[in-house]
Design a protein around this ligand. Sequence first.
Ligand code: HEM
Length: 409
Amino acid sequence: MSGAVGTADAEAAELPEYPMTRASGCPFDPPPELKAAQREGPLRRVRLWDGSTPWLVTRYADQRALLADSRISADVMRPGYPSPSEVPKEGSPISFILMDDPEHGRLRRMVTPPFSVKRVEALRPAIQRIADDLIDTMLAGSKPADLVDAFALPLPSLVICELLGVPYADHDFFQENSKQVINRDTTPEQKQNALVELGRYLYELMGRKLEEPGDDLLSELTGRINNGEITQADAAQMGVLLLIAGHETTANMIALGTLALFEHPEQFALLRDSDDPELTASAVEELLRYLHITHNGRRRVAIEDIEIAGETIRAGEGVIIPNDIGNRDPEVFDDPDSLDVRRGDHRHLAFGFGVHQCLGQQLARVELQVVYNTLYKRIPTLQPATSLENIPFKHDGSVYGVYELPVTW
Ligand code: HEM
């Protein structure tokens, strides 16, 4: 018996470790080992931090098929779930991103209306004002400036605070705690503490909204609490998810996208010199495809046996679906490794796919369209103030990007 376990352990030790890092290759590309895995075949085993050996799905078509498959679960508490770190303890608060239907759908639907195309479009003028104000302040300050600090982080943070009804004055507190939640190298205790702190903060805020509702998403949830559909703790948990998801992702797309454009000056010039909103929209989609910042892979576990790409994923086996490599699949995208803001094919998986597909994608799109249409036109001489080698990349975070981007003009 122990011999069999020993053999299995030895075999597992031979497998490539996941996640792989972009540190050894081009900072805008998926890790070289992941590209090699895609060339070698559609499915393979990898080894995680805890010694488990889930499947890695490398090709676009299989990734989409699995993300849309109801035999796949996103429930982090299920045995076999390929967690990026220690799983939360029984009874810990969990957001609907880590739940299955019907509970996932029930909770998601409660917060869906403010993220509709129509309601997000109505926010465009306010987002434009925020972008212009931040640029005015940056231009009035000294050079070089850190684009992350001056622009990329405050913009989505101000927008999501406004939408949720969270006081922006508390941004130091929630940005610091969000960072702890999404950093790959924080300990499980640090992550747990940060989630507890954020949960407590939003619970208290919900309490204030219950007494005095305003015109915002969290206040809309008070009606659901009052009629017993959800508890105050559930509402606070949804607030935590939306607050974290709402600013870290877009912020990284702004800073990393700008850096990618600096490194592709002809693409930067196309965007800066065009007044065509279609081109801006296309550039946003292309940068989402090319950069794919949620680089930790979608995590799932099979709840039934699934035959796919000539293999059988058994019930209870973990599945990792790295959409960054799906977005570079040569069977789907022509010349997938080049950044082409005029590319017409926007079938990327940057927002995931299936029932958990990003709830905030329209908001992210509008924010990025405003940014990419404003920043380089208002500061046509915007340029990096240091070389690529000196930029600190977030290889350690579950959302990829840059910690700082010194710029001048
Ligand atoms: C460029 C920016 C963004 C990117 C690349 C992004 C990416 C993603 C991805 C890949 C997923 C799927 C996760 C999975 O299947 O496991 C997701 C889910 C989600 N995103 Fe985003 N996101 C972005 C912006 C936003 C914004 C602005 C919000 C607003 C609050 C948001 C809220 C959410 C929520 C609530 C979910 C969970 C959906 C569910 O489980 O049903 N995201 N996002």
